[in-house]
Design a protein around this ligand. Structure first.
Ligand code: HSE
Length: 425
C-alpha cells in the first residue's frame, strides 16, 4: 500500500477538523483509495489544542525545518490564515518538493502565481479546494467537470457570517447591529467582523472562483466590493414587498469578452434558488453555455466541512503522478484593465426621504431622465410632512446611478438618499 506522510501547519478549527478526519477515516481512505495517509508532523505552539485532540506530542513542534527535512512528508496542509508566515512556509515546502493544500483564500488569491512558480520548480502540487465555500466542492467542479462549457456567470453566497446576519434580519425583523452582536456571541461572527461584513472574504473567494471560471486571472483590485453594514431592516422589508430577498452576492460574469466581478448586497427574486439559502449555508450558482444552470449548496465553514475539502485535496494530491497547474497566466502584475468591465449594469432599488410637497417626484424623475435612467415603478409612504419614496429603476450603468444620486441630493425637497441596492434577476 502506498504510504504518504502529511504535515499540518496549525491545529485551529479547520486544522483540528482535518486531524479528526485523517484519524477517523484513515482505514476507509486506505480501503477506498489505496493510500495510507500518515500524519508525521504538526506545527502548533498551543499544546492544549494538541492535548484536546489526543495527538501525539512527539510529532508537534514550532519549527518548519522539522517538516522540510523529513523526506517522507509529501503533503503539507496549511491552516495559519493570513499572509505570513503561511506564504513563506508554503513556498519553502513547494521548493522542497512537497505539495501543499490550503484553505487560505486571502493569501492564495494574491500569491497564487508565486506558489505555482515554486511548485513547478519543486515538481509539487498546489491544491485549494477548501479556500472557497468550505466543504462545497466548487473548485474541482470548475477545474475538472465543466470543460464542455464556456461559463457565462458564477454567482454565489460565499460567506456564511453575512448570510446568517441577513437571514436573521429578514426572518426576525431585526437591525444589523443587533444581529451582529448576537452572531458574535454565538461564534458565527468574529470579534473583528470586517473581513466578513465588509465583503473582503467574499472578494478573495470571487477572485479565485472567477479566475477558474473564465480562465483569466481576476485580481482583487478588479473586483468591486461593498459590504452589508449599511443595510437596514427597512430595505429588507420593502424588498420583500417587491418579491425580493436580500443577499450578499459574489458575482462574476463574462459578456462580450469582458469580465465583471463584484461583491455587494443585492436583491434577488424570492423564488431564485439562492434566495432559499439561509443561516450560515453557502451556495454557488454557475451557468455554462451547454449545461445551463448548476447549483452547489452546503456548509462554507466549520471544522469538519472545511476539513472534508482539505482531506479530499490531500487524497487527490497523493494520487497524482504528475501535478497539473493553472491553464492561464495568473501573474497579477500582468493583468491589464482591458479585459474587465468595471462600469457594470444592473437594475436598482433606490430609497429616499423627501419633503411631502407637490413636484418632488417630478424633480427626482427629471434628474434620473438626465442620466437616461428609466423608472420601473414607484412606491411611497407618507408620514407627517415627510415621505419615504422607493424607485425601482430599469437596467442602467453603475456610473449613471452614481451621477444621478449626486444630482438628486442637490434637490432641495430631497432630505436624503437612504439606500441604493442592486437588483439581480
Ligand atoms: N468567515 C467565513 C464565512 C468562512 O463566514 O463564511 C471562512 O472563509
Amino acid at each position: 500500500m502506498k504510504k504518504v506522510g502529511v504535515a499540518l501547519l496549525g491545529l485551529g478549527t479547520v486544522g483540528g477538523g482535518t486531524y479528526k478526519i485523517l484519524t477517523k477515516n484513515r482505514d476507509d481512505i486506505k480501503k477506498n483509495y489505496g493510500v495510507d495517509l500518515e500524519i508525521r508532523h504538526i506545527l502548533e505552539k498551543d499544546m492544549s489544542k494538541v492535548k484536546a485532540l489526543g495527538a501525539n506530542p512527539d510529532i508537534v513542534s514550532c519549527d518548519i525545518n522539522n517538516i522540510l527535512k523529513d523526506p517522507e512528508i509529501k503533503i503539507v496542509a496549511e491552516f495559519f490564515g493570513g499572509i505570513e508566515p503561511a506564504k513563506s512556509f508554503l513556498v519553502q515546502c513547494l521548493l522542497a518538493g512537497k505539495s501543499i493544500v490550503t484553505a487560505n483564500k486571502e493569501m492564495f488569491s494574491q500569491y497564487w502565481h508565486e506558489l505555482e512558480s515554486a511548485a513547478k520548480k519543486g515538481k509539487a502540487g498546489v491544491y485549494f479546494e477548501a479556500s472557497c465555500v468550505g466543504g462545497v466542492p466548487v473548485i474541482r467542479t470548475l477545474t475538472e467537470s465543466m470543460q464542455g462549457n464556456n461559463i457565462k456567470c458564477i454567482m454565489g453566497i460565499v460567506n456564511g457570517t453575512t448570510n446568517y446576519i441577513l437571514s436573521k434580519m429578514a426572518d426576525e425583523g431585526l437591525e444589523y447591529e443587533t444581529v451582529l452582536k448576537e452572531a458574535q456571541k454565538l461564534g458565527y461572527a468574529e470579534a473583528n467582523p470586517t473581513a466578513d461584513v465588509d465583503g473582503y472574504d467574499s472578494m478573495y473567494k470571487l477572485s479565485i472562483l472567477s479566475s477558474l471560471a473564465f480562465h483569466t486571472k481576476v485580481p482583487i483590485d478588479k473586483i468591486y466590493r461593498e459590504g452589508i453594514s449599511n443595510i437596514s431592516k427597512l430595505d429588507i422589508e420593502y424588498g420583500k414587498k417587491f418579491g425580493y430577498t436580500l443577499k450578499l452576492l459574489a458575482i462574476g460574469k463574462k459578456e462580450n469578452g469582458k469580465i465583471e466581478a463584484r461583491v455587494h448586497p443585492a436583491f434577488i427574486p424570492s423564488d431564485h434558488p439562492l434566495a432559499a439559502v439561509k443561516e450560515s449555508f453557502n451556495a454557488v450558482h454557475i451557468v455554462g453555455d451547454n449545461v445551463g444552470d448548476i447549483m452547489l449548496y452546503g456548509r462554507g465553514a466549520g471544522d469538519l466541512p472545511t476539513g472534508s475539502a482539505i482531506v479530499s485535496d490531500i487524497v487527490f494530491a497523493s494520487l497524482q503522478s504528475k501535478h497539473k497547474y493553472s491553464s492561464f497566466k495568473n501573474n497579477t502584475d500582468k493583468v491589464s484593465d482591458r479585459g474587465f468591465n468595471k462600469d457594470f449594469q444592473c437594475e436598482y432599488y433606490m430609497r429616499l426621504t423627501v419633503k411631502d410637497v407637490p413636484g418632488v417626484i417630478a424633480s427626482i424623475s427629471a434628474k434620473l431622465a438626465k442620466f437616461k435612467i428609466s423608472i420601473n415603478s414607484i412606491q411611497q409612504k407618507v408620514e407627517g410632512d415627510k415621505a419615504s419614496v422607493i424607485f425601482m429603476l430599469h437596467r442602467t450603468s453603475e456610473s449613471s446611478v452614481k451621477k444621478a444620486v449626486e444630482a438628486i441630493k442637490e434637490v432641495d425637497t430631497v432630505y436624503s438618499v437612504d439606500a441604493i441596492i442592486r437588483v439581480e434577476e
